[in-house]
Design a protein around this ligand. Structure first.
Ligand code: GLY
Length: 561
């Protein structure tokens, strides 16, 4: 029997849950219209899992939980149980909820844990291996979402697809095979004693079956005992033992103390739209408000016109300067949220705006009152309930440390400010507000966002991309609201990004008109092309139904029903 058929027979017969996409390569849909909802995620199999849960009577939260666990299997570079994230949920009556399941610093963490005796940052300590790992929040987050909002009330069912995909394997996409091969030497370096599909000597190609038996067991423990299956018992014992052996800080006490938190969303008006996004420890909602407020008075001229780009760049620069100074975990640091998100603050902030010249980033400071991985999915259910969920290990495959239990551990500690003014993985700088403290949540840029128009659901979106997340979400919204684009066009369009420091305006390679680049350069902007920015998933309510769009920048897949 040819190998492919053997594999298919094996997959289908051994599987108590079957996905349609069991062929060795995947066909992805980037845009679709649906009358009853649907979803878009970073991987075709995760999208299939979500649509099945919706078809079986689950609501958007049920689908989100199943998709989150499935992504931990089929999208291990960012999907996770060893990381954390944020969920925005709008129920069918319009109630809006923000769930924080961000990682926390271990209780033994200290402000200068990444500094040498001369107070210099030790390279790699906050990004690779055991010391980089924050206390994971994902499993507690999924349980909190389930307890409060599940319609199915069937936890087993929500875990089953992920367990099946881990136990029986799934076929790698070309992109995934390439990424795994690139990372192989780091996995081997960080995990010399572990046998796993991440560290074996095989060079992967598209269509290879990726089996994660240990992960299946860990997921089964979570299926059997919910979050206790992760934060207590054998899975927790193994993680704590590994931390002890490898010089990490996470203890049983840290794991048992972890709690996901429901928070008040950041909500603001932009023209006829009401925008809801994530509050601290994400900077996303606050910065999104600043960005919108900073362009509200602007007379938009056209997509990627010099005038519009210049204004947006200048607003982005000022907002990121504020991020660096003012924003951290609100449970530890008092953040002037009302001031930062007020229209008058941003009007004042833009008072030195020069429509002909760039404000040099070095002269732009905070106001007077602060390898991009992660993954996002957007879901709307049949009743109109909507979820925007962004989740992460931070860098690609997090700390590269594989837990004894087959899952990747985050390197989220790098999102703290290791030292005032020292750039993190994404070039972001920070200060007092985001310094390391025991049990504190590190500042994030993740921006899961839900927009209403006339009180009705209008848009659900978000993206990975580290520091570029906020500007990408903002630009996609502006593409729809100001330039009249479809969700698909808004997502596929070229993006650019400025974050105050470094001083460059980054733009995606080969996608801006050279004359616009010249114009911006002559105004004083330093323009720098770069690799693709983000992988966005969005849903827009249109007169024809829900327009569900998945980013062309990857294997992302949209389905309606
Ligand atoms: N780890 C990326 C972020 O949370 O912004």
């Amino acid at each position: 029997m040819p190998l492919l058929i053997v594999m298919l027979v094996f997959l289908l017969s051994a599987s108590s849950y079957s996905c349609k996409n069991t062929q060795k390569s995947y066909v992805t849909t980037k845009s679709t219209i649906s009358q009853s909802g649907g979803l878009a995620t970073a991987h075709p199999l995760a999208t299939e899992v979500g649509i099945q849960i919706l078809r079986d009577g689950g609501n958007a939260v049920d689908a989100a939980i199943a998709v989150h666990f499935a992504l931990a299997v089929v999208y291990p570079s960012a999907g996770n149980i060893g990381g954390g994230g944020f969920m925005m949920y709008r129920d069918k009556e319009g109630g809006m909820y923000a769930l924080d399941f961000r990682e926390k610093a271990p209780k033994l963490a200290t402000q200068d844990m990444y500094l040498d005796d001369n107070q210099n940052v030790i390279p790699g300590l906050s990004t690779k291996g055991s010391l980089a790992v924050g206390v994971p929040g994902a499993v507690a987050g999924m349980e909190a979402a389930y307890e409060r909002f599940s319609q199915l009330k069937d936890w087993n069912k929500l875990l089953e697809p992920a367990i099946t995909l881990a136990r029986n394997g799934f076929y790698l996409t070309a992109l995934q095979a390439e990424k795994l091969n690139k990372k192989k030497s780091t996995f081997v370096e960080i995990n010399p004693a572990i046998e796993s599909p991440f560290t074996n000597s095989k060079s992967y190609v598209e269509g290879d079956l990726f089996v994660q038996k240990d992960l299946a067991k860990t997921l089964t423990a979570i299926q059997n005992s919910m979050s206790e299956g992760f934060y207590q018992g054998e899975v927790a014992d193994k993680l704590v033992a590994q931390m002890k052996e490898r010089g990490g800080l996470i203890t049983h006490d840290d794991l048992q103390a972890y709690e996901a938190i429901w928070r008040d969303p950041i909500t603001f008006m932009y023209k006829e739209y009401t925008v809801h996004s994530m509050p601290p420890p994400s900077s996303g909602g606050i910065l999104l408000a600043q960005l919108f407020n900073g362009v509200e008075a602007h007379d938009f001229k056209g997509f990627h016109s010099t005038e519009d780009m210049h204004r947006i760049i200048e607003v982005e620069s000022r907002s990121y300067a504020d991020r660096a100074h003012f924003i951290g975990d609100q449970d530890f640091y008092s953040i002037p949220v009302r001031e930062l998100t007020s229209k008058s603050y941003m009007a004042e902030r833009m008072s030195d705006y020069d429509e002909n010249n760039a404000t040099l980033p070095d002269s732009t400071s905070h106001g007077n009152i602060e390898s991009e991985e992660t993954t996002h999915f957007s879901i709307v259910d049949q009743a109109g309930g909507a979820v925007a969920l962004t989740t992460t290990l931070n860098g690609s495959y997090g700390s590269s440390l594989i837990a004894n239990g087959g899952y990747l551990l985050n390197n989220e500690m790098d999102d703290f400010s290791s030292k005032v003014g020292h750039p993190n993985l994404y070039g972001l700088v920070g200060a007092e507000a985001n310094k390391i403290e025991p049990e504190k949540r590190m500042l994030s840029s993740m921006t899961p966002t839900i927009v209403e128009k006339d009180g009705q659901l209008y848009m659900v979106l978000g993206t990975p991309g580290g520091s570029t997340i906020i500007t990408s979400v903002f630009q996609a919204c502006i593409n729809v609201m100001e330039y009249g684009m479809s969700m698909n066009d808004a997502i596929q369009s070229c993006r650019f990004h400025h974050q105050w420091k470094p001083s460059e305006v980054f733009y995606e390679e080969d996608c801006l008109n050279p004359s616009i680049i010249k114009n911006l350069q002559s105004m004083g902007h330093t323009m720098k092309s770069r690799s693709p920015i983000g992988r966005m998933e969005g849903i827009l309510v249109t007169k024809d139904g829900y327009e569900i769009a998945a980013d062309k920048r990857g294997d992302n897949h949209a389905i309606g029903y």
